[in-house]
Write a protein that binds this ligand. Structure first.
Ligand code: CA
Length: 457
């Protein structure tokens, strides 16, 4: 789950002139502005959405973090501003229905994490093609893991379906994409990230709300504070809910009186179903389906939001993927073309929008929708992506890392995550092989490195 709704970047007030040391209050204000300016320098001044971490280009990110470090105040000064801000926040705790005891217990020894301010304004330079994105999120490993989870949590998932009307495959697919079935919660201490974002950078009002909601969650004893880590923006647990989403939609399904999205799988599965139900999920209906376009199809009026009667799409020559006519049952659907009319095409119904609302990204929603189909026994998309350089699953990414390491490159841990080191190694190999040097981990590079591997003696 991401920070909802990007907003325009507000320019900071002009920096004070250098000279005599200003009063402490003004110095702190200036400090806030400097941090904002650092973040601004990092970001383009345009509205945007916070990208999922998996889409970040690590090299560009590292560069920008270094820039922030250069522009940001010395750590001691940032800490001074942070402590002053915390004291201010403490004064407003009673209005937020958080006790001073709770505030003090959970904010003692808190230091700012300025990296999260840079991440807030980060815009990726490296655009992940949709086929890479889906290849990593819906690979054989995640399908196998998802099938195992469907079996392991069968009775819980049936009970969740009975209460919320969301089927097991959909719930498990969300779980698999959001936290890899509980393996990736994010490592940043939640209160530290949210307190930092409450005090520095843009959108402080929003993050103050999330910060106090987190304190409320801890005060009510839902989650073990020692386990409360998450994404840089504050999404946490199996479901990667933001704290405010937790408050609105998390449920106690195992009956212990706590809504524990970190320690309880039943609570997490039920909370995911509750989220989708509140987002308008229609029980028993599909999210959508892959369809076939007639040759020369005009992509006008397509897109998820542009819902039209299925009969209208049929009249424009769209058929089921096997070429049979679409069932004109009065439903309305949008025609999604993630890679244009040359790639796979999908008619998407109301339930796709419910999945979309989880993360506000069509690629994410398509990954969840497709994974749910694969968990129901469906196959890969029938229409190939318009590329001759397909994306790699995580097992293939690990193989690529091993081949790069065998050629003497430093790639760090062989973990299937294309980080800064792996991308730098890919660039060098692409240049050596005369391939387009874009740092992308694709099928063509993998094939060439496989072929170049010396035969074992
Ligand atoms: Ca519980």
């Amino acid at each position: 789950m991401q920070v909802p709704g990007g907003s325009a970047v507000a320019f900071p007030r002009q920096l004070g002139r250098a000279g005599a040391k200003p009063p402490r209050r003004r110095r702190l204000k200036r400090l806030h502005n400097r941090v904002s300016l650092g973040a601004l320098f990092i970001a383009a001044a345009a509205p945007h959405r916070v990208p999922p971490q998996s889409m970040l280009c690590p090299r560009a990110l590292a560069l920008r973090l270094a820039l922030l470090a250069a522009l940001a105040p010395a750590p001691a000064l940032a800490d001074e501003a942070f402590q002053a801000c915390l004291a201010q926040l403490r004064n407003t705790a009673p209005q937020k229905a958080v006790s001073a005891e709770t505030f003090d217990r959970h904010t003692a020894n808190l230091a700012p994490d300025l990296e999260v301010v840079a991440l807030l304004d980060y815009q990726p330079e490296f655009r992940t093609p949709i086929w890479d994105y889906l290849a990593g999120l819906v690979d054989e490993e995640r399908i196998a893991d998802g099938l195992a989870m469907l079996e392991k949590w069968d009775s819980t998932l049936r009970a969740v379906d009975a209460r919320f009307g969301v089927d097991p495959a959909t719930v498990v697919a969300v779980w698999g994409v959001e936290s890899n079935f509980g393996r990736n919660f994010g490592k940043r201490p939640l209160l530290r990230s949210l307190a930092t974002l409450s005090c520095f950078g843009r959108r402080q009002t929003y993050f103050r709300g999330e910060f106090f909601t987190t304190l409320k969650i801890l005060e009510e004893g839902h989650v073990d504070p020692a386990q409360l880590t998450g994404s840089w923006a504050g999404a946490f647990g199996h479901t990667q809910f933001m704290p405010s989403t937790f408050m609105r939609t998390a449920v106690d399904f195992d009956g212990d009186g706590r809504r524990d999205l970190v320690g309880s799988v039943p609570d997490a599965l039920a909370s995911t179903a509750n989220y989708l139900a509140k987002a308008g999920w229609r029980s028993g209906e599909p999210w959508g389906m892959e369809v076939k376009l007639p040759s020369g199809f005009d992509p006008a009026d397509t897109g998820r939001r542009n819902k039209r009667p299925v009969s209208e799409w049929a009249a424009r020559g769209v058929t089921a993927i096997d070429g049979t006519p679409l069932a004109a049952d009065g439903r309305r659907a949008g025609l999604l073309l993630p890679a244009g009319p040359q790639g796979p095409a999908f008619l998407v119904f109301r339930n796709f929008d419910a999945i979309f609302s989880y993360n506000a990204a069509e690629s994410y929603a398509l990954a969840i929708a497709h994974l749910s189909d694969r968990l129901r026994g469906g196959g890969p998309f029938a229409t190939p992506w318009p590329t001759d350089d397909p994306g790699l699953g995580r097992a293939e990414r690990r193989e690529l890392q091993r081949l790069l390491a065998a050629r003497g490159h430093e790639v760090g841990e062989i973990d299937g995550v294309i980080g800064a080191q792996t991308r730098a190694a890919i660039l060098l190999e692409q240049e050596r092989l005369g391939l387009p040097a874009d740092g992308r981990a694709g099928g063509r590079l993998l094939e060439q490195l496989r072929a170049a591997r010396p035969a074992p003696n």
